[in-house]
Ligand binder design. Structure first.
Ligand code: NAP
Length: 338
């Protein structure tokens, strides 16, 4: 059922922004079909979303159809050493992590504690503590908005990149379900410093559930989950640069940690914002960089999307002026204008 002029702020974790001119919530595949048919019949743009945990809604709202994907089923099929888990796109990512780790399956335990839905996890190719969604992705089913026709995307078609996918670059599909391949046996991935430290300090990190538990404990100490203010987690991506640029950066900023990614090198932006630009807690209007983690923007109650955008642009300009790096946003802004 299509509703009109529905405020979107309560559907997002930033809790800012204006209304959707048209709004629908899909609990079944046929609800998705209906919303797509409505948008096509009225030549309106349709924008799907899940938990709104990586979204900035413009203050003026969205003129087309906004579709909340809310189907939430999870099914698991085990066979020998692997298991295929199929989750509806609107299932909470945390529920998938729970259901997989309870079965003692490895593959997504390092991705525990990330807010959002399964569909969002694929769009974003979520990553944390050395694991990425793409590592376990088998396929996703989606419906093309322009035609209403279904299509299955394998890993090659999903074209994953660093916090990036085909679905992020081409907004023409509604993901309806996702299938992941998990493993019965695997070596725990404790490559990230926080997790390695926890393990060395005696925190159990043997089973998938142990690791998910450890990751959640680390995350809850430094990421603003459940605070009263609005946030969409990391607002910016870590820049990935050539080796030459990385070498020049470390000469100019001694002590800068760098992480090789094949031929390229990842620059930890939180370190830059803190150690080079001293921007922890930096605020403009009702938006600020979180004191415990400056990659995260938090918005006070009553903040406007344009205040968040202004702060983000200021950070982008300062990073460019001092390091010569054009940083990209991880958070998506619905609509062309904020
Ligand atoms: P950290 O361990 O303090 O490391 C800082 C940065 O260095 C991270 O951004 C990470 O990149 C990179 N890094 C650290 N060790 C690495 C290694 N062994 N190999 C490659 N890259 C490495 O990280 P943090 O900022 O506390 O974040 C921990 C994890 O949570 C990260 O993976 C991060 O992406 C994720 N995170 C999620 C949110 C959220 O709210 N959703 C917010 C911040 C961070 P990557 O970011 O590419 O992993």
């Amino acid at each position: 059922m299509i509703r009109t002029d529905v405020p979107l702020a309560p559907f997002t974790t930033f809790r800012v922004g204006g209304p959707a001119r048209f709004f629908a919530e899909a609990h079944t595949l046929s609800d998705v079909d209906d919303a797509i048919a409505y948008s096509r019949a009225h030549t309106l743009q349709l924008r799907p979303f899940g938990a709104g945990s990586n979204l900035l809604i413009p203050d003026d709202g969205i003129p087309g159809v906004v579709l909340k994907v809310a189907m939430g089923g999870i099914a698991c099929e085990e066979s020998g050493d692997t298991a295929l888990v199929t989750a509806d796109a609107g299932a909470a990512w945390e529920e998938v992590v729970d259901s997989v780790t309870e079965r003692e399956l490895f593959g997504i335990e390092n991705l525990a504690g990330i807010p959002g839905t399964v569909g969002g996890a694929v769009v974003q190719n979520i990553g944390a503590y050395g694991a990425e969604l793409k590592d376990v992705f088998e396929y996703a089913d989606a419906i093309e908005i322009a035609t209403g026709v279904g299509r299955r995307f394998d890993k090659a078609a999903a074209a994953f990149g660093y916090r990036d996918s085909f679905f992020k670059r081409h907004r023409g599909f509604v993901i309806t379900s996702v299938t992941l391949r998990l493993m019965r046996h695997a070596a725990p991935n404790l490559s990230y410093p926080d997790l390695a430290r926890a393990s060395a300090a005696g925190v159990p990190c043997d089973t998938p559930q142990d690791i998910a538990h450890a990751v959640r404990a680390i995350r809850s100490a430094k990421f603003p989950h459940g605070i009263r203010e609005g946030t969409a987690g990391s607002f910016f991506k870590n820049p990935v640069v050539s080796r030459d640029i990385a070498a020049a950066l470390v000469l100019k900023f001694p002590g800068m940690p760098l992480f090789p990614q094949g031929e390229r090198v990842k620059v930890p932006l939180a370190w830059v914002l803190d150690q080079v630009l001293s921007l922890k807690g930096f605020s403009m209007g009702n938006a600020r960089l979180y004191e415990k983690h400056p990659l995260i923007i938090v918005a006070r109650a009553g903040a406007r999307a344009e205040e968040i955008d202004a702060l983000a642009r200021e950070v982008e300009q300062r990073v460019f002026a001092t390091l010569g790096l054009a940083i990209e946003r991880e958070v998506e802004t619905f609509g062309a204008q904020v």
